[in-house]
Design a protein. Sequence first.
Length: 621
Amino acid sequence: MKQMVEAEINRLVHILIEKQDRDGTWSYPFETGIMTDCYMIILLRTLEINDEDLIFSLAERIMNKQSKNGAWKLFFDGKGDLSLTVGAYYAILYSGYKTKNDPDMLLAKQFIINNGGLKETSMFIKMMLALTGQYKWPRSFLAPIEVILLPNFFDFSIYARANMTPIFVAAHYKFSRKTKRSPDLSDLSDLSILRDEGDWERELKEWRSFLSIIQEGINRLIGYPKELRRQALSRAEQYMLQRIEPDGTFYSYFSSTFFMIFALLARGYSKEHPIITHAVAGLKTFKTKINDETHIQYTTATVWNTALISYSLQEAGVSLSSPAIQKANSYLLSRQQHLYGDWAIHNRNVLPGGWGFSNINTINPDIDDTTASLRAVRSLALNNNTYHQAWDRAVYWIISMQNDDGGWAAFEKNIDKSYLAWLPVEGGGKMLLDPSTADLTGRTLEFFGNFTKLNHNHPFIKRGIKWLIEHQEKDGSWYGRWGICYIYGTWATVTGLLAAGTERNHSSIQKAVKWLLSIQNEDGGWGESCKSDVNKKYTPLANSTRTHTAWALDTLIAAEKEETPSIRRGIEFLLRTSKQNDWTTTYPKGQGLPGGFYIHYESYEYLFPLLALSHYKKKFY
């Protein structure tokens, strides 16, 4: 067993070092399904940028993902998704490489009609359809453009502001653009809906309570209605332009950049304007290859992958002096952010010092990438003054970002207005809010407990521990916002609590261990379905996955004093499946928006088993 563990650790280390790029990074794809591929085709055709090689390759990937019943799914064990299917159907027709009469397109059309047609799609799909002339804007939109003038605007999460700002602008003008190549989707909806103003009744009804709050605020604004509107449109435009990254994308996200382009067109920019052509060029750099298929990533995950892998290699015993670690950590140091972003609105008088998720992100740091990067550079910070200064700035930034409730969120501080969670947007509060979460709070405590001298004796650590214990589920688990899902949250929380000084015999730890043992599969592994985040309760996957197993194992290794039969069975599963390559390998282990899109991190299949095996070796050998 010992030799097998050693061999597997060495195998994983070798794979990861071989995959490192020359600049010291790991650029594993950030795979989020096909929706970005669909939107890219629709965008290029709408702008009449006929990049046929790219459009054909994207259409080919989309078509290869279609299910036998004509629909497209968000994940392997899910059902056909109406909104995703509409996006795919539209994109393929717009590409011109399929017609409505092709058998697979007829199947897709039938699925769409059987499930309610365009009127039953999600709000964002309706917006995309409206922007491209396939759906009517409502006479009055979800919120007036003046909302951007109100302090309430910054109660939304950064993700919501980045996506909703351009949508508010385009909706104000009821902007739409069709081309000679636009397909006719009128047969997917009741014709009366298309002639009138679309079917937005569900969205409008659910926004009314929020609209009353907005209207009260607008009524307090000083000025004439036309002048207020002009100011709001100008401020919205400037909000976008001031947050364009060097690569041309708006806040480094595909969706926000897509909507920004339409908002600028609505404001009178030509489709050849340098800002628009630069934005399109930036989106094209998101192109990657997955199994020889072309995919447009939602963003890149370069910093996240590099930080996690550098740390996992060091935990496996790779020397700090090795070229792999030296290059990785030099890159990470270069990516520490020095600019103020929206995070500073609710956290003033604090110097920048965090890290962002992608290599193109310069103004949007987050807690998880910051602690991950610090784990990677921790040893260098002890002996190198440059690293030490970076370390101090980042640690102070993390502490300053603690929410008033004691937990940590992803991007901003105290963005948790509960009334916004009920608005009818995909993912609900997951998009509109940025609340404290168990995974972020747990991983932050784990960082402080294991990599600094701060522990449960410090007041801010005590508050974090208190928040976690108060948010444990009845079954003993914790919900993880950024991974799938309860296994992920429980791993982050238990390792965080223990690192911060919580005793192993604490009732919360024992309940969590008991829960993990109760869901271990007969093969020794663990697996969880993406349905967990929709069902709001743990939902088992039919099969075990290596990543879920690694998270569960790492939790038990931290919580148990001695090797247990369950730990041994989990280790044996990782050893037995070392070369496994099936649907569980590519099954999403991360979530973007519940019911919206999910994330497959290829790197997770290597780095998390490596971490679990390394921690097993350190503790029990």
